[in-house]
Design a protein around this ligand. Structure first.
Ligand code: GLU
Length: 272
């Protein structure tokens, strides 16, 4: 099997150290196996997306000494998202949901891996067609079609898919023709990605992606969820919490190759 990995940043804000780590893990996983490393810009996040950042991302990756093949950005693939959403709708697996974040938090009775679990409020109910609605996947109905599913993580090993843990996921957002789950799953298949590398914070999302693959007859890759770089207080790095942008470090004259070496060392030491 040819190893094809990808780095898929969203141009919502600058890349920081955590992104550099993710890009290097993906890059090296492919290179060590003589495979291909892809860059995909995930630019469908409407008002938050700043397309001009994509160029900065490319310069940041170059500065780290990485080489890649770039595949089309998500904004050019909206038709494929719409076609897949129609297929799911035709199978009767999607239902409209008008709940706001606040309503979900108030109605939830349990916390899932990504916060309050949507309790299925809009399932089976007629929603006001004048309100903006997201489309959610009826996971119970979907699993009845697919049966039990498994997936394989290169670090954590064999997994039984548990897509219900986070509640019925949004497949089409109120404001966009796809959610992250649908877009990333379709794109990884279209790009021929065979090992999906990404941070452990997205481990739970993979259960949903595995279900979408089964429903949409997509090939099933392997996954490689790597640990996250944390700040001194053990929190995920982010620009907001003061992790400087790679572009600022680059412009300040820091040596990107040296930084990449340090990150590789950390990766080796962690064993993931
Ligand atoms: N665009 C997503 C992000 O920046 C990619 C996540 C993934 O690798 O699937 O978090």
């Amino acid at each position: 099997m040819e190893i094809v990995t990808r780095f898929a940043p969203s141009p919502n804000g600058p890349l920081h150290l955590g992104h550099a780590f993710a890009a290097i893990v993906a890059h090296d996983r492919a290179r060590e196996a003589g495979g291909r490393f892809l860059l995909r810009i995930e630019d469908i996040d409407g008002p938050r997306s700043r397309p001009e950042l994509a160029d900065t991302f490319r310069r940041d990756l170059e500065w780290l000494g990485l080489e890649w093949e770039e595949v089309p950005a998500q904004s050019t693939r909206l038709d494929s998202y719409e076609a897949a959403a129609s297929r799911l709708r035709d199978k009767g697996l999607l239902y409209p949901c008008t709940c706001t974040r606040r309503e979900i938090a108030a109605a939830a009775t349990r916390e899932g891996p990504e916060g309050p679990v949507y309790p299925g409020t809009c399932k089976g109910r007629t929603v006001d067609p004048t309100l903006p609605a997201a489309l959610r996947l009826d996971v119970e109905k979907a699993l009845a079609l697919t049966g039990e599913l498994r997936w394989y993580d290169e670090i954590a090993g064999e997994q039984r898919a548990d897509p219900a843990a986070g509640g019925d996921p949004v497949i089409v957002r109120k404001d966009l023709p796809a959610s992250y789950h649908l877009a990333a799953t379709l794109d990884d298949a279209a790009d021929g990605v065979t090992v999906v590398t990404r941070g452990l914070d997205l481990f739970a999302a993979t259960h949903v992606h595995r279900l979408l693959q089964a429903l949409l007859d997509l090939p099933v890759p392997r996954w490689h969820h790597h640990r996250l770089l944390l700040d001194e207080e053990g929190r995920k790095l982010s620009k907001r919490r003061g992790s400087p942008a790679l572009s600022d470090r680059r412009e300040a004259g820091e040596d990107g190759l040296m930084l990449a070496r340090q990150l590789r060392l950390q990766h080796l030491q962690a064993g993931t």
